[in-house]
Design a protein around this ligand. Sequence first.
Ligand SMILES: Cc1cc2nc3c(=O)[nH]c(=O)nc-3n(C[C@H](O)[C@H](O)[C@H](O)COP(=O)(O)OP(=O)(O)OC[C@H]3O[C@@H](n4cnc5c(N)ncnc54)[C@H](O)[C@@H]3O)c2cc1C
Length: 505
Amino acid sequence: MPHPQGIIDVIVVGAGNAALTAAIAARAEGARVLVLEKAPRELRGGNTRFTGGLFRCTYNGIADLVPIVRAHDDPTTVTVEPYTRSDYLKDIERTTGGQADRVLSEVLVDRSYETVRWMADLGVPWEFNRAVGAVPIAGTATVKLPFGGALRVKGEGVVLSATLFQLAEEAGVEILYETQAQRILTATNGRIEGVEVRRPEGINLLPCRALVLASGGFQANPEMRTAYLGPDWSLVRVRGTRFNTGEMLRAALTVGAQSYGEWSGCHATPIDAEAPMYGELRLTDRTNRLSYPFSIMVNLDGERFVDEGEDFPLYTYAKMGRAVLKQRGALAFQIFDRKTIPLLETRYNTGTPIVADTLAALAERIVARYRLHGFRKTTFLHTVEAYNAAVQAGPFNPTILDGKRTMGLRPEKTNWATRLDEPPFYAYPVTVGITFTFGGIRINADAAVVDYLDRPIPGLFATGEITGGFFYANYPGGAGLMRGAVFGRLAGTHAARFAREASAG
Ligand SMILES: Cc1cc2nc3c(=O)[nH]c(=O)nc-3n(C[C@H](O)[C@H](O)[C@H](O)COP(=O)(O)OP(=O)(O)OC[C@H]3O[C@@H](n4cnc5c(N)ncnc54)[C@H](O)[C@@H]3O)c2cc1C
């Protein structure tokens, strides 16, 4: 059954940050826009709603940020270093091992600041990011904001999502809930003609002039996880929405979209070992456990397995989940002592640590809590002893890569190595949580989906986690939302222009 309003100019599949920025931009170009959301209304908003609302954008200093945060925050209580185009590109290059698409990376970086300004002008509220990767400066009321991660949406993903829905609705965008897109309809001339959807009352064909795919990755689909990421990923916990299951990724490949990026790669972080199997809106992103640079992480065999202090957490957390997954039982323990506990992110409050006054008692309590798993307490005690002996002298400074390291361990801890010697001792149990997948379809600098000859598929656009080529093995924190918004705005604008030309022709 066709849509009652006839041919829609632009249909957007999905209702996260990528989709709604596209819908708002398309509407601003004068297009009639319909958004399809697979989730019921109360669960709408995809992974976006679960996010910490952190956006990575360029800025030359505090003066660039003040017009964005406006009255929502006080710039005298933060310090920030400039984050330039070349810093951002270098961060993408080093986190992805030089594999990220150069053209797409440049568009992301070059349009990041103006896109955040655009969102602020629309009405999205911003504040300084004091939560993730920010470090209090001892003896002052000032916080040093993380390099490149100075901004987040005030009220995090929940407010970002609610604001974007409100802006879209006020602009006249129509939204259909419980509407799963499942097939792309093309004409014999190769143009997009519409989309087939599954709704509570049955299957509908919705005709459109342009289609924007923004339906996320496939991380919530155990079958696709197993096929592309590997069998170890079959049963992992999903940090966000349960609705990103990849069917439109497959549909796009079926109509000739080029598959692109690291299909075996994903963003996955250490999360509370007691976290639910899928994200829950009461917890959003608060199961994350990212203060590990101030800990040692040990597995059930009592051994360390990563350099916890390799870099600031915003540059290591996205790959750290995979490191935890490789451990027996996909379980690890972050060990802190009295000195480092004040540095923990407030999100740790949602967990139940194991606490004791001696390391031996801590080990006993881990054994007791995880009695089915076989924690090796003697090896653990040797590991801590060897670690403490290997810690080198020098000042500990959590606001910089302080170079305070161990010597003689495998793996070494290369920053923020302090002895575990002041009770009480804490163990936070962690497992792996998958955030989103890196493989997807290929787009060009206009967010048009291209085929295997790099030619745009007429009328097909994409943005957000459904696109590939941006991130490999790892990513710089905050680049996910930024990518979705930069290319969402581009996708919506170009889809609306395409639809206008199509209806004129
Ligand atoms: C807990 C958590 C915290 C995060 N924090 C941050 C952060 O602070 N900063 C950052 O940059 N990134 C963060 N991320 C990553 C972040 O989720 C993404 O970068 C961003 O939100 C993805 O936006 P998106 O619009 O592409 O996907 P989503 O927001 O997931 O939207 C996908 C939409 O598509 C819908 N959908 C799926 N399939 C279909 C279908 N077949 N038909 C119709 N609709 C469909 C879904 O229901 C959903 O509405 C976080 C992720 C999680 C899980």
